[in-house]
Design a protein around this ligand. Sequence first.
Ligand code: GDP
Ligand code: K
Ligand code: MG
Length: 298
Amino acid sequence: THAAPAPQRCGFIAIVGKPNVGKSTLLNALVGYKVSITSRKAQTTRHRITGIRTEGATQFVFVDTPGFQTRHGNALNRALNKTVLGAVADVDLVLFVVEAGRFDLADAKVLALLPPGVPVILVANKLDRVHRRVDIAPWLRSMQDRHPFAEFFPMSAKQPRDVQRLLALCERYLPQHPWLYDPDDLTDRSERFLAGELVREKLFRLTGDELPYTSTVVVDRFEQEGELRRIAATIIVEREAHKGMVIGERGERLKRIGTETRQELERLWGGKVFLELWVKVRSGWSDDEARVRAYGYE
Ligand code: GDP
Ligand code: K
Ligand code: MG
């Protein structure tokens, strides 16, 4: 006789927190593949992004979310916050991410949004940046008063061993349930979507601080012929001056955005990519409900 195979487990795990605490970095590490873009700027993540990992009998469905916006109430920010609220409804587990040793009003506002009854793991990320580790234990104790957290997990999303331990911890919270995705799936997002996101990531990483809030990317064309993908995308900004910032002197910056995006897509997909980039001005798009929707935000 032999033992029956372990019953399948499958569940949803939302990753939430204020901007820039490392949610998307953590998602990519948990999935083992870049499904969500990251940068040191707020508003990098603007969508609910699912990252899937299937291991043994368990399928983890992680949900990355935009950082909850507490400042400007324009149409884009309202859409981003709606996305966060939608993503935390009906999950089996929440990873509430903060920077280790820190908790401010913006963190508190996110915590207050979490639905009661769902287990929440306090992920104290960027532990590698904490110089005095002895301060972390009293800080964690002080966090016990903030919420009935199910677990306290100090870690670094950039440390693979920490990520593996967090994965094992998450597994304990997932119910017995048949898998919802093919075990080879890594995300529910398309290649077309990822292409637009990577253009936005390079744009955020290669430009000054103002641009993130006023720019977006639309993929106009995505065609595949064998191993070759042909992509055309438009970077949309709110002002003529921003257009100049994106293009750069003699077109150098736009060229670099294109090259870095293409190289990364070719690495991820293992095939050749032709990428054409355009820049357009659409003044006031981020406070225009119809445009915000048309550009793909909920
Ligand atoms: P999000 O806005 O919460 O999704 O944050 P991101 O994943 O985009 O990360 C924000 C910044 O923090 C990026 O520059 C990351 O490289 C950095 N980061 C994320 N996790 C860690 C970590 O564990 N340690 C350090 N030192 N940096 C991190
Ligand atoms: K970020
Ligand atoms: Mg993010």
